[in-house]
Design a protein around this ligand. Structure first.
Ligand code: BTN
Length: 325
């Protein structure tokens, strides 16, 4: 792949003859492909002395460019598809998975017209500012174990973004990535399964990258944040996407060999929910108490004021700030 060769070349660039040999193309064909890349927004210098040098990628996301930047793609990233607009990447991924799309396929969009959030909510964001993507996974697990994949994704996203920015990111149960109590990323996991066996899982991830406060709808302006607000300067979105996909790939590969325990420990160490006094809304009911532990299935255990211990598989946490120990 020509983008990969350019991305992996030395800072001086790569000679046209080397590129032609590596890709099995004529120098004329290489020249023509460079023109195609330039018209897609890649800035490529060509000098008779050094050959070709990639100066910068396009501002919009390009699937092959993200794939070219992956360092770890054992499970994820052999096929990265980017759409300018779709209803919801989860919906599109679901359709493709139903049609047999391979595990590890990544469906990304610059804009969603009907982005889905947890608990039937909408995920609204302006185009070209976020990373909005869904992964198709085909794990061998029971439906009751699928919540683990959501916790894993929350850990992987947090670690990847922390490595890029040094920011102290935390996870609000079950899977919101937060910075200083503001939401930076959300995850929506959906699946198709029968009683005993999962057919496929769609892990949908939305990360706020370039948003300024006014880009958020007024109702979430005080509770949402973006990576640019946290870090000031950032690598291109395609590089951020690649680092997130790499981290998910590494963590997924690790858990498939060694089990889920380490992932759960990481989740606990990044949790901003455990130990706090919280309200948990489940449907129209609200349960209050101290978040005591999370178990191996991803369920949250809360101890109410009466001392009663309650287990929850889902819901919306709000923290009672004044009672936090
Ligand atoms: C949440 O409510 O916190 C979960 C939000 C998940 C949003 C992402 S954006 C990409 C993917 N496609 C969707 O329609 N939703 C998820």
């Amino acid at each position: 792949m020509i983008i990969r060769a350019l991305r992996r070349a030395s800072p001086e660039g790569i000679a046209g003859t080397d590129l032609a040999r590596e890709l099995g193309l004529t120098r004329g064909a290489i020249w023509a492909r460079m023109d195609v890349l330039r018209s897609a927004g890649f800035e490529i210098e060509a000098s008779p002395h050094y050959g070709y040098r990639l100066v910068s990628g396009p501002a919009n996301l390009v699937g092959d460019d993200i794939a070219a930047q992956l360092e770890s793609s054992r499970i994820i990233g052999h096929n990265v598809q980017v759409y300018r607009e779709t209803s919801s990447t989860n919906e599109l991924a679901d359709r493709l998975a139903r049609g047999g799309a391979a595990e590890g396929t990544v469906i990304m969009a610059e804009r969603q017209t009907a982005g889905k959030g947890r608990m039937g909510r909408q995920w609204i964001c302006p185009g070209n500012r976020s990373l909005l993507f869904s992964l198709i996974l085909r794990p061998v697990m029971r439906p009751t174990e699928v919540a683990r994949l959501t916790l894993l994704a929350a850990c992987s996203v947090s670690k990847a973004l922390r490595n890029l920015t040094n920011a102290r990111l935390q996870i609000k149960w079950p899977n919101d990535v937060h910075f200083e109590d503001r939401k930076l990323a959300g995850i929506l996991t959906e699946m198709r399964a029968d009683m005993d066996q999962v057919e496929y899982v769609i892990v949908g991830i939305g990360v706020n990258i370039l948003h300024q406060p006014e880009d958020f709808p007024p109702e979430i302006r005080d509770t949402a944040t973006s990576l640019i607000q946290i870090a000031g300067t950032l690598p291109p979105r395609s590089t951020i996407a690649a680092r997130i996909l790499d981290q998910i790939d590494r963590d997924l590969t690790f858990t498939r060999t060694h089990g889920f325990e380490q992932c759960l420990d990481e989740w606990k160490s990044m949790s901003c929910t455990l130990g706090r006094w919280i309200d948990l809304r489940v449907g129209s009911n609200v349960y209050s108490g101290q978040a005591e532990r999370i178990d191996e299935s991803g369920a949250l255990w809360i101890r109410g004021e009466s001392g009663k211990l309650m287990q929850f598989n889902g819901g919306e946490v709000t923290t009672q700030k004044d009672m936090t120990p």
